[in-house]
Design a protein around this ligand. Structure first.
Ligand SMILES: *Cc1c(COP(=O)(O)O)cnc(C)c1O
Length: 360
């Protein structure tokens, strides 16, 4: 609140105390975020979110290292902020390999290694999938990347507060973060850019006044940056406490719902606050609509209408379109309660029963 009201200075205006105070707040936030991922503060660059961080990591790296090569490796279940960015790269002549995943959403490590060529500049593989919660083996993928002198980027928007992230230990060169996935404000995030051993450079995609040492121009969003740092601090502190609750609720929901449907993805290597299931013969959208007064759940992706394409993630793990359309994604969070989870499960069950009855 102070940064939305009395501390209104522009952090780049160092000639007066308003600006200086804002600048101190930003540097404190940067240090807090760096500590959460074991990076150096100066290797954190603030962005408008993980979408921008992914764009900057991918376009910026492929541009800066164009002389090294023109090839990038990613996988089929990435967020659209990665998939549409590599699609753009193809239009400017870059080569893209999109690795498949198995029915659990896992990537085979040998596929990663086999895809590397002399022209490969970078690998971008997400830490945790946002639709089915699969946790990827990013430290191993990073190891493979570094063995072949390839830069490794990971979209970790869904990972903070669920899995330990240590950019030093995990061979991560670039990592995207988003504050609103950890109870922080929307419209703020960061890109970690390795600054030593070796120093990675990304060409800017935003040009202007040269903020963030020229890596990302634009006036700082001071209140959101302060909120982001607070959120990441709490997320790390509460990680194991939250995770225990999620595990319990996950088990509870599955016990109740497994009679009616099937889990999409794997129960192993999965963040525990994600349940993605399909119910044969029922439209996911119909479930979502009929519970929407009391429950906020969604389909596999943001595009949920039957006229739009089904989730690319569900198709990538081998579901057909009908199965993908019969899926729902349930997420729970820090502020849910035991009784809410029981209520949600019972509500979904009664909806499933009435939907299948209507169909006869
Ligand atoms: C939410 C999300 C994004 C986009 O982040 P924004 O901060 O909303 O731009 C990117 N990747 C993953 C995996 C996400 O979950």
């Amino acid at each position: 609140m102070p940064y939305l009201t009395e501390q209104f200075g522009n952090a780049s205006s160092m000639d007066h105390t308003y600006g200086a105070n804002a600048s101190v707040a930003i540097e404190n936030a940067r240090a807090e975020i760096a500590m959460a991922i074991s990076s150096r503060p100066e290797d954190i660059v603030f962005t408008s979110g993980a979408t921008e961080a992914n764009n900057m990591a991918i376009i910026g790296t492929m541009t800066n290292y164009a002389r090294r090569g023109d090839h990038i490796i990613t996988c089929s279940t990435e967020h659209m902020a990665v998939l549409n960015t590599v699609k753009y790269l193809e239009t400017i002549g870059k080569k893209v390999t999109v690795l498949p995943v198995d029915e659990r959403g896992n990537i085979r490590l040998e596929h990663v290694e086999n895809a590397i060529t002399k022209k490969t500049v970078m690998i971008t593989i997400m830490a945790v999938n946002n639709e089915i919660g699969t946790i990827h083996n990013i430290d191993k993928i990073g190891e493979i990347a570094h063995k072949h002198d390839v830069i490794f980027h990971t979209d970790a928007a869904q990972a903070v507060g669920h899995v330990d992230l240590n950019v030093k230990k995990m061979n991560i060169d670039l990592m995207s973060l988003s504050a609103h996935k950890m109870y922080g404000p929307k419209g703020i995030g960061a890109l970690y850019i390795r600054g030593i051993r070796p120093k990675i450079r990304t060409a800017p995609i935003m040009f202007g006044g040269g903020q963030e040492r020229g890596r990302r121009s634009g006036t700082y969003n001071v209140p959101s940056i302060v909120g982001f740092a607070k959120a990441i601090k709490i997320a790390i502190k509460k990680m194991s406490y939250d995770d225990e609750k999620y595990e319990k609720w996950n088990g509870l929901l599955l016990t109740k719902l497994q009679k009616y449907g099937k889990v999409n993805g794997t129960l192993k290597n999965r963040i525990k606050n994600n349940v993605n299931m399909r119910f044969a013969g029922v439209e996911g959208k119909a479930i979502i609509n009929s519970v929407s007064d009391e429950l906020a759940i969604s389909a596999g992706s943001a595009c949920t209408t039957q006229t739009t394409e089904p989730s690319h993630v569900l198709l990538a793990i081998g579901l057909n379109k009908t199965q993908a359309h019969s899926s729902i994604r349930i997420g729970f969070g820090r502020f849910n309660t035991d009784s809410e989870i029981v209520f949600a499960a019972d509500k979904i069950i009664s909806t499933l029963e009435s939907l299948t009855k209507v169909r006869g």
